[in-house]
Design a protein around this ligand. Structure first.
Ligand code: KG4
Ligand code: ZN
Length: 343
């Protein structure tokens, strides 16, 4: 079985083809970064218009790279939410039109389920084997620009959210701190690059979760602490120690993510742990995760951490394989949670 996936939830126009072995036959991502950079954030109106301009070419290219035509695939999967409504609609309407024209089965996919499913796909050159069915119960940390949550995946399509962020997502925190420092957008990769040269012990940012029970996250206090600290130091110290300050802030974000994950590992004893979403591309997080001694932490291949359509295609494939179909009146759902797609 081969499924075409379409993903347009935020600012990447993505299309991919995945087969039932979880093999990624093609994954095309048309980034809109250059259109949003001067605004230092995603402008929803621009995102929607860019998706309209590139979606058909992205689908064509994904099919072509896989050496297939639409006649050769067995279904179409598309992200329905969460995400920006104007962005989601371009993918959803395109998928519906293609399904209508070809008669192929259509299935809507939750973007967060897609991020988790990235743990099960594989492509040539991946440094790690994908997870298999022996990974359940799976503890997943979903950590992206819009989401930070710990989820127990008890089996395929069964999700229990342990806790999510009360305020900013981890990626959003990195993006906002980078924006405040004038480092550009998106902030996560810039912070990683600059922070790699710095000393993470230079400044001790406060621990976020000290004394708090449960699995919720909170990053707005850390963001404010970062901004207040930068305001409190001299311009010379800032310019002389930028990598150290960035590394210290990045370390504080990573520490918060890993301490909650580690706590969940101890309490729930999952068969496997996976860290997914854009921030899972972060090297300091990847290195730090080896310190969760109780278990090996899986990370999807780097290019399937940030938004992509391969993860959506595979989630759709698993759903289509068990007979699931979405009707042609499918609509975008900008604010659904992962538990909303639980069985
Ligand atoms: O999953 P994603 O591509 O889109 C959302 O669903 O939000 O995640 C984007 C987020 C952004 O906040 C970006 O700054 C962050 O992931 N990010 C990173 C890295 N690459 C992307 N954060 C830290 N280190 C990275 N290498
Ligand atoms: Zn995402």
């Amino acid at each position: 079985m081969r499924i075409l996936g379409i993903e347009t939830s935020c600012d990447d126009t993505a299309a991919a083809v995945v087969d039932d072995g979880g093999r990624v036959l093609s994954s095309v991502i048309s980034s809109q970064e250059s259109f949003h950079r001067k605004y230092e954030g995603v402008v929803p109106e621009i995102a929607s218009r860019r998706h309209t301009a590139t979606i058909i070419a992205s689908v064509d290219e994904a099919l072509q790279q896989a050496g297939l035509t639409l006649r050769d695939v067995d279904g179409i999967a598309v992200t329905t939410g969460p995400g920006l409504i104007g962005s989601l609609l371009i993918g959803v309407e395109t998928a519906k039109a293609l399904a209508y024209a070809t008669g192929l089965p259509l299935v809507g996919v939750n973007h967060l389920e897609g991020h988790v499913m990235a743990s099960f796909v594989t492509s040539p050159g991946a440094d790690e084997a994908p997870l298999g069915t022996d990974a359940f119960p799976l503890l997943a940390l979903i950590v992206s620009g819009g989401h930070t949550e710990l989820v127990i995946v008890t089996s395929w399509f069964h999700y229990r959210v342990l806790g999510a962020t009360r305020d900013d997502a981890a990626g959003e925190t990195l993006d906002k701190f980078a924006k405040f420092l004038g480092l550009g957008y998106p902030g996560g990769p810039v912070i990683q690059r600059i922070g790699a040269q710095g000393d993470p012990d230079y400044h001790a940012f406060p621990r976020v979760s000290l004394g708090r029970e449960g699995y919720e996250f909170s990053f707005s206090g850390l963001k404010t602490a970062g901004i207040n600290y930068v305001r409190s130091i001299s311009a010379d110290e800032l310019s002389g120690h930028l990598p150290d300050i960035v590394a210290s802030f990045e370390f504080a974000v990573v520490r918060e993510l890993l301490s909650r994950t580690s706590k969940a590992v101890r309490e729930f004893r999952p068969a496997a742990v996976t860290i997914v979403g854009g921030v899972a591309a972060n090297q300091r997080l990847r290195r730090g995760a080896t310190a969760i001694a109780e278990t090996h932490v899986h990370f999807p291949p780097m290019r399937f951490c940030t938004d992509n359509a391969a993860m959506i295609a595979y989630a759709g494939l698993m759903r289509i394989a068990r007979g699931e179909r979405t009707s042609l009146d499918l609509d975008a759902s900008p604010s659904v949670g992962i538990e909303d797609c639980s069985d």
